[in-house]
Design a binder for this molecule. Structure first.
Ligand code: ARG
Length: 463
């Protein structure tokens, strides 16, 4: 029977079924690097504070580094009976250097230790996710630049509304991703607070130096209330929310890619690399990667719901329930990173079909708003102008003509404010270029935003 780290007061051993039920080593072994890093900082501080001897801490640190290598080389035997990553490493430490290894847990509890690991883990994942978001953002800017003059309909209510530049549409995603990045950076501020030294939840009677471990572990400051600290999993919920928002954006992209690659739209070619065939219908090319991106959001929303439900109504402070925070967290990280990588590559090779987008601009009287604006600029109240433009549309529809095909004579029958310059206004290109308001779709604006986005991305890369 393996001796438990907490076995002192127990007469009987834990049931196998209980061990299997409660273990977390099968998934929290993923935190081994963070666990070792946290322990090294902790024993360094203990020695500096003369709580343990320098030579003891040196011995412990050396053995911890060896354990890290054993794990990396897959030579470490993780054992279910030692519950979690913390105890597995501690047991191995004692096995290697004897009882002295047990000093590692002086002035510490697994309740603060697990938080050190999780916070260090999320911190490094946030940095990786931010980098991956920047890679995807870069592709949106690249594609915007490559498709600068392509025009497609802006859809509202899934109906063709007004002509816009494809580059403007692509940069909408750039803005969404920029907000996601900001949210992750802000979340990091609350993640990056040092929990170490809160012990089981009341602090410790040892003369520890929390500022020292804060510095060693790169945290911003030490947490201020030991009870709150060991009870808190807000930062996990917040992190998964940031991931959910990002996934929501990716799912909207995925939905557009699915629609756009259908024969009905035929706006995009996702390429052989990112589409699959059907096992029964030989003609088919399915946008599976986009569909899976859209589908994977379900896991992330589910994980957010898990964490919020897990924490609801839990009394302070630590409760074992909280061990259930890890699988949703890990699954979220894997899902989000996978989706970001995939979509970056898929967008890189995607080909937008300008001709078909252009075709979609005809037949929908897409510049009707521009006629209303034209009349309003000449002094007609907008409501009346809307009415006149509506009548022109009805006329064109009856005559089976595009607005662009109407002659000046035909147009002038509807209002004597209509002059020759209206003929530019009713063309899609003229409509696009007239949207000169800040943030609008004129190519002058879009070019400006591309330059700005590039600057922002190169600044991000330097940080
Ligand atoms: N495996 C535990 C978790 O993830 C670590 C903390 C355990 N603390 C305890 N007192 N049993 O939450």
């Amino acid at each position: 029977m393996a001796k438990k780290a907490w076995g002192g007061r127990f007469k009987k051993s834990t049931s196998k079924i209980a061990e299997k039920f409660s273990e977390s080593i099968s998934f929290d072994k993923r935190l081994y690097k963070e666990d070792i890093k946290g322990s090294i900082a902790h024993v360094t501080m203990l020695a500096d504070q003369k709580i343990i001897l320098k030579k003891e801490s040196n011995k412990i640190i050396k053995a911890l580094k060896e354990i890290e290598k054993e794990i990396e080389k897959e030579k470490f035997k993780f054992k279910e009976e030692y519950e979690d990553i913390h105890l597995n490493i501690e047991k191995r430490l004692i096995e290697k250097i004897g009882e002295i290894g047990g000093k590692i847990h002086t002035a510490r509890s697994r309740n603060d230790q697990v938080l050190v690991d999780t916070k260090l883990y999320i911190r490094s994942e946030i940095n990786e996710i931010i980098d991956l978001i920047n890679e995807l953002s870069k592709q949106f800017v690249n594609q915007a630049e490559m498709n600068l003059d392509t025009i497609l309909p802006l859809y509202t209510h899934m109906q063709r509304g007004q002509p816009v530049l494809l580059s403007h549409h692509l940069l909408a995603y750039y803005e969404m991703l920029k907000r996601d990045n900001e949210r992750f950076s802000d979340c990091l501020r609350r993640v990056n607070i040092n929990p170490l030294g809160c012990g089981a939840g009341s602090g410790t009677s040892f003369p520890i130096d929390r500022d020292k471990t804060t510095k060693l572990l790169g945290f911003k400051e030490a947490s201020k209330n030991s009870i709150d600290t060991v009870s808190d999993r807000d930062f996990i919920a917040e992190f998964i929310f940031c991931c959910s928002s990002l996934m929501m954006h990716l799912s909207r992209l995925a939905e557009e890619f699915v629609l756009w690659s259908s024969k009905e739209f035929d706006f995009i070619d996702l390429g052989d690399e990112f589409t699959t065939g059907s096992s029964i219908m030989p003609q088919k090319r399915n946008p599976d990667m986009a569909e899976l991106t859209r589908g994977k959001i379900a896991r992330v929303y589910g994980n957010l719901n898990s964490i919020l439900t897990l924490m609801k109504g839990l009394p302070l402070s630590y409760n074992r329930d909280m061990q259930e925070d890890k699988e949703p967290l890990f699954d979220t990280v894997d899902t989000v990173k996978g989706c970001l990588e995939l979509n970056t590559e898929m967008l890189k090779t995607a080909k937008f079909k300008a001709e078909n987008m252009e075709k979609a601009l005809s037949g929908g009287f897409i510049t009707a708003t521009d006629i209303a604006d034209y009349l309003a600029k000449k002094g007609m109240p907008f409501r009346n102008a809307h009415e006149v433009s509506g009548k022109i549309v009805a006329y064109a529809e009856k005559k089976n003509k595009e607005l662009e095909e109407l002659t000046l004579d035909e147009l002038q029958k509807f209002s004597d404010l209509i002059k020759k310059d209206v003929l530019d206004v009713i063309k899609v290109k003229g409509s696009v270029e007239s949207k000169i308001s800040y943030g609008g779709t004129s190519s002058k604006n879009v070019k400006k935003m591309i330059t700005l986005a590039k600057k922002e991305l190169s600044k991000q890369a330097k940080n």
